[in-house]
Design a protein around this ligand. Sequence first.
Ligand SMILES: Cc1ncc(COP(=O)(O)O)c(C=O)c1O
Length: 470
Amino acid sequence: MSLDPDDWDAFGAQAHAALDRAIARLRDVREGPVWRPAPAEVLTAFEAPTPTGPRPFEQVLDDVEQLVAPYVTGNTHPLFMGWVHGAGTPYGMVAEMLAAGLNANCGGRNHIGPVVERQITAWMAQAFGFPADASGLLVTGASQANLVGVLVARAHALGLVARPEGLAGRPRLTAYASVEAHGCVAKAMDIAGLGSDQLRRLPTGEDGGLSLEALRAAIARDRAAGLMPFLVVGSAGTVNTGAFDDLAGLAGICAAEGLWFHVDGAFGALAAFSPRLKTRLEGLEQAHSVAFDFHKWAHVPYDAGFVLVRDAAAHRATFANPLDYLSREPAGLAAGETWPCDLGPDLSRGFRALKVWVTLQTLGTDALGAAMEANCEAAAYLARRIEASGHFELAAPVGLNIVCFGVKGDADGALARRLVIALHESGRAAPSTTQRDGRAVVRAAIFNHRTTIADIDAFVADLETTLAAL
Ligand SMILES: Cc1ncc(COP(=O)(O)O)c(C=O)c1O
């Protein structure tokens, strides 16, 4: 019994109509609210029991239009400024649909999927100044990519014998990052069995970058205590403020101390596509591994994280797991020495590479870099408007595309939080919040390639009127 449609022509018409609606939604995104909560009747629809019988596809697509599409995050909208969300592109959307149609399992085997992924690896190696034979893997996101980096560094420090034997009786490993490093780094230490407390979260200097003196002192302290420093995680773009660590300085310390140098460049690493911004990445070319996301500043649809590892053999040795039914042959579909499943935790994997490849091929890295520069200019403009305002004050230096600001006199940040909620509920803008100097502040992260200076003006006007109303 086939599950395909009985009437391909009717199916085609329905599918084309759905695609037309999706295209129109992106074209007209500016007209709608940034976000709206799903009403009770919509939420109730998702409590229906498991469907055992069929429904017409047209009706199901209609549900997607009515019950799903209006109530997603809103990060395609130019006034979405929360967290760190890419905006996607129509090209990526179509690529994702085409990939679903091919339904390739890119965990391995001899087919074009892993070839596309290897080309992306080669492009990224070139962009970051890594050797041409560096190894790379698409993963869900930077959290997973950082975990892969920590696991390769762990295997490098302890030797491969720790893979079968585990960590008991091995030296206690310690890692180092700044207090501004993303929480997923500590979580990676936890998942790796090393303990999140074994990540030393060190102070930053005035520029928001990890203090090199603090790093040297912490390494010395841990060595003196009989622990085994093994890893430094540098940040290329911190989540709170977009600050960059001194990557060249960190690389120098890692070389002198014999430590693995991993960079979390979740969004900042792709600043390599901008001639103006890439100066911040000096030293990245010396890293042993880099984690970043195509779904953030490269606007590939979710999800598309990536990890690049300088030493391909070390990367493979960390994950390769020979299984009888996955044996490699000299030719045929089972040919190929290294499969993507040898480079990470997943066996079955979708064709993420296609949407990355289509996005980069269609737009080119120059346009992506120019969009990043425009975001930084919009952020600098927003910072100037905030500084000129009588009601708001900057809460952190604006070095990139993230503007943190508080409400004057709002000691604990309660007003800033209410302000952000009110903006969300209005549907007109969606910044988020973070903590600076012990108080909640508004955090506007300008990541959307659709955001214009006029949007920033509208946002500032909205901030003022919403604050007055509160
Ligand atoms: C600096 C940094 N690292 C890591 C992450 C985690 O990335 P992901 O959400 O793709 O797992 C983020 C997310 O915002 C981030 O900004």
